[in-house]
Design a protein around this ligand. Structure first.
Ligand SMILES: NC(=O)c1ccc[n+]([C@@H]2O[C@H](COP(=O)([O-])OP(=O)(O)OC[C@H]3O[C@@H](n4cnc5c(N)ncnc54)[C@H](O)[C@@H]3O)[C@@H](O)[C@H]2O)c1
Ligand SMILES: [Zn+2]
Ligand SMILES: [Zn+2]
Length: 440
């Protein structure tokens, strides 16, 4: 039997802790991965300490916001028909009490493949992505991989048990803060390993969700104006992607001054503090119309409404955050029905991860992105629990947990620090002040 140390949460607000887990054997369609690095995502806070509104009725799995850590509360084996029971069921409530391995974005090396696994073999470098995409179901084949039927099939997935027989679950059917874990192959994307593990791990959620929402979902074009609400881990990838896509006006909105400053360093042309009449302030910067594209990465329903209103008539609105599973967004009926805006949600970048993850790996390798400005802390697995309190610090954007077997685990982010996202049509971004780094 294979065992691992893993960072788990109880889902009752208690601090995550490291435990020993006996892993279930590799089953058909599954793959054992020796993990190298695992990224910490804010979405997991919904699993560690679910908002009161989410704790309740259903006996569901632990839940999160991007599919990476979302669990429809009552998705069971019979619920394999995709969206029908899927996301609606997620609003049923989070259940505390279950031991859940945190994390849903990681990288590592394939050690063993189960029966029926065709596209991966031992020795392959892979990214563990924060969503399942089988590539074959109705939704994957019809341009909606964010609703892949495997998401709901795998959501309540046990990964093993403790020495005294308690079942251990994977967050959102995934889980990645561990030395090794078994995954369904629909969670894994083969990569070249062209960048250090800490960057590959971010391809499992932040990079892919942020870049994909701009490049795949919104399809930002040169010369467009883009407003990004929320300049944390996700929003700062959106800012970088907007500049890469050639947006000439990139308005970064965040109440935290340090994060606005970072957004300006990464290519935003304007920064707003999110107070007052935000849509009016965005209109004032966009010839009175509003942004062509409004992206939301704040995780508050207020920001979602403001993002909608700050987008021009006929523009594209891309919400990505979750305040809680039970939250509702209120929009003006008149605007919702008549303003010709397109609202299109984005989950793990919206595109086929087997295509976009390798593409974004190459962008990282070419040095046109600034992971150095996003990775602000690195933790050995022994100190992984420290990554969660750090999420409350506005000067910490993303922590990465480096596993004992990581190749060149101590390697710093690629030396892309002097490189800023560039687009032929955009002005040169401002300074490249070094990020505050921490290596506990
Ligand atoms: N859909 C996806 O694929 C996906 C992927 C990753 C994360 N998420 C979700 O996206 C959200 C953001 O994640 P993150 O990791 O970037 O979090 P984060 O905490 O790093 O960033 C959120 C930022 O929003 C800012 N903010 C708060 N209220 C605001 C407001 N009214 N207007 C503008 N900004 C405001 C905060 O100051 C913070 O800087 C979370 O809800 C997370 O669960 C979604
Ligand atoms: Zn995530
Ligand atoms: Zn599918």
């Amino acid at each position: 039997m294979t065992s691992t140390r893993a960072l788990v949460a109880r889902g009752d607000g208690s601090a995550p802790r490291l435990i020993e887990v006996e892993l279930d054997p590799v089953g058909p369609g599954e793959v054992l991965v020796e993990l190298h690095a695992s990224a910490v995502c804010r979405t997991e806070l919904l699993t560690v300490d679910p908002p009161a509104a989410d704790v309740g009725a259903s006996a569901g799995a632990n839940v999160g916001a991007d599919a990476g850590a979302s669990a429809p509360a009552n998705a069971g084996a019979e619920e394999t028909d995709g969206a029908a029971g899927g996301w609606d069921a997620a609003a049923g409530g989070a259940s505390g009490g279950r031991l859940t391995v945190l994390g849903h974005a990681a990288t590592g090396e394939v050690v063993e493949v189960g029966e029926g696994v065709g596209r991966l073999r031992p020795g392959d470098r892979v990214v563990v992505v924060g969503t399942h995409q089988c590539g074959e179901c109705f939704y994957c084949r019809n341009g909606a991989p964010g609703a892949c039927e495997k998401i709901f099939e795998h959501m309540e997935r046990r990964v093993g048990e403790t020495a005294d027989g308690e079942i251990v679950w994977g967050d959102g059917g995934i889980g990645s803060h561990a030395e090794r874990l078994v995954y369904p192959q629909s969670n894994l994307v083969r990569v070249e390993g062209a960048v250090p593990p800490e960057q590959l791990a971010l391809l499992g959620c932040g990079v892919t969700s942020g870049l994909g929402s701009v490049l795949e979902v919104a399809g930002v074009r040169p010369g467009q104006s883009v407003a990004v609400s929320g300049c944390g881990h996700l929003g700062l990838w959106m800012v970088q992607a907007a500049r890469l896509a050639g947006a000439t006006t990139v308005i970064a909105i965040d109440p935290e001054p340090w994060r606005r400053e970072r957004a300006l360093e990464l290519g935003a042309t304007h920064a707003l503090d999110g107070t007052g009449d935000v849509p009016a302030a965005v209109r004032a910067l966009t010839e009175g119309r509003g942004a062509d594209v409004g992206l939301e990465a704040a995780g508050t329903t207020l920001a979602m409404r403001q993002s909608f209103e700050a987008t021009r008539y006929g523009g594209v609105v891309v919400p990505t955050g979750l305040e809680s599973l039970a939250a509702e967004v209120t929009l003006s009926n008149l605007q919702y029905a008549l303003s010709s805006r397109t609202i299109v949600g984005s989950q793990c970048g919206g595109g086929d991860v087997r295509r976009i993850v390798p593409e974004y790996e190459q962008l990282l390798a070419r040095g046109v992105l600034r992971p150095d400005a996003i990775i602000t802390a690195r933790y050995p697995l022994d100190a992984a629990a420290d990554a969660y309190p750090a999420l409350a610090d506005p000067q910490q954007l993303t922590g990465v947990i480096l596993m004992p077997r990581a190749p060149s685990a101590a390697a710093p982010a690629t030396p892309a620090a002097a490189t800023t996202p560039t687009a032929a049509t955009t002005p040169t971004p401002t300074s490249t002040t070094a990020a505050p780094e921490e290596t506990p």
